[in-house]
Design a protein around this ligand. Structure first.
Ligand SMILES: Cc1cc2nc3c(=O)[nH]c(=O)nc-3n(C[C@H](O)[C@H](O)[C@H](O)COP(=O)(O)OP(=O)(O)OC[C@H]3O[C@@H](n4cnc5c(N)ncnc54)[C@H](O)[C@@H]3O)c2cc1C
Length: 329
């Protein structure tokens, strides 16, 4: 292995998995660069601001089950990046439904946590990777803007269907067994409507209606949540409705989702924006926390579709991917 590629790594994606993998490698003395196509960091931990309101439109909250993740969340709370939001949300009828388990949020929106994790890392946003090649034992990446980057190891954290497209974009061919396993991973889409209101919403305290059904999955009040000064709701359609209406006209989707949310909207709608998440929730995961597709030069896939879903799963998967490069058992 030549000196310049020893302990160097490129990470595609600055979501939870990519940021945590990069932090772990950097702490171990590696030189790491993260490339992300987004305007900011966070991926599906996403907060959008418009017309004086703030909306979390991807992940709404997160839970912590493992001791490892509980410890990380405690650190983020201490650093002021995360807060406990509630111990449960209203059910589909709007009745309280607390179960005693903490639900956490980013301090100023979900992006507060990835922003905190990105401090001290070399993160290049606005850099969409469009070509991946392996050349003499080194990974060579090219982005849409023409930036080129090389390293001895590569971690890919984009949702798996996108990851396969990226890795297959150049001359490189993924080994057959890895390709076969990754082709089995799938996601549900989610249509997410953000609506600024002229008065209070009908969402009860603490600011969420967890429906988990069709046509709606969730209605969140970003004001009650404590991240928006203006009254602002986020409405998530269920996976089936999202799939069936994914390509519909924005005005039609907006009208339908506001109609489904009914009295939970509670006030007049001032303005709206729609986010179309093609890959939101994992429907068919990979059973292990990461996939080492090859070891020289190393290529690792990780993210929320590996072993465990959601924010906790993505975080633990990123750490496991870095651990694989560090030779941890
Ligand atoms: C609508 C919605 C609601 C959700 N609700 C919850 C919830 O309430 N609780 C919960 O725990 N989880 C929730 N989730 C899931 C949670 O957001 C994810 O599991 C987690 O954030 C995934 O992190 P990740 O690092 O695996 O992937 P991502 O956050 O998707 O990060 C991957 C990154 O790769 C980047 N990328 C992709 N292609 C390229 C390219 N070609 N070049 C450069 N960069 C690229 C993307 O920009 C992205 O930043 C929700 C997700 C959605 C979409």
């Amino acid at each position: 292995m030549s000196a310049e590629r020893t302990n160097t790594c490129l990470v595609i994606g600055a979501g939870m998995s990519g940021l945590l993998a990069a932090n772990k490698l950097q702490e171990a003395g590696w030189a790491v660069t993260i490339l992300d196509k987004g305007r900011g960091v966070g991926g599906r931990m996403a907060t959008r601001r418009f017309d004086g309101a703030s909306f979390d439109h991807g992940a709404q909250f997160f839970t912590a089950r493992s001791d490892e993740f509980k410890g990380m969340v405690a650190d983020w709370q201490e650093a002021g990046a995360a807060r406990e939001w509630s111990r449960g949300f209203a059910d589909a009828e709007g009745n309280p439904n607390e179960d005693g388990h903490p639900r956490y949020r980013g301090a100023e929106g979900m992006t507060s946590v990835p922003k905190h994790l990105a401090r001290g890392l070399d993160v290049r946003t606005g850099e969409k990777v469009v070509r991946v090649d392996e050349d003499g034992g080194t990974w060579r990446l090219e982005t849409e803007s023409g930036t080129q980057a090389t390293a001895g190891a590569l971690i890919v954290t984009a949702p798996v269907p996108q990851a396969l497209e990226i890795v297959g974009s150049g001359e490189y061919e993924l080994p057959g067994p890895a390709l076969e396993q990754l082709e089995g991973v799938s996601y549900d889409p989610c249509l997410a409507l953000m609506a600024l209101l002229d008065g209070p919403s009908g969402v009860p305290e603490p600011g969420g209606v967890q429906i988990k059904g069709e046509p709606l999955d969730w209605i969140g009040d970003n004001g009650l949540k404590g991240i928006s000064r203006a009254p602002a709701v986020t409405i998530h359609a269920g996976p089936q409705w999202s799939r069936e209406h994914y390509e519909d006209d924005e005005a039609e989707i907006t009208a339908a989702l506001l109609g489904f949310a009914g009295e939970f909207v509670g006030s007049n709608v001032v303005s709206t924006q729609l986010a179309r998440w093609r890959y939101s929730w994992v429907s068919e995961p990979h059973p292990e926390p990461f996939l080492l597709a090859q070891s020289d030069p190393a290529l690792v896939f990780c993210g929320d579709s590996f072993a465990q879903p959601k924010v906790e799963g993505a975080s633990l998967s990123g750490l496991a991917a870095a651990g694989a490069l560090l030779g941890e058992g």
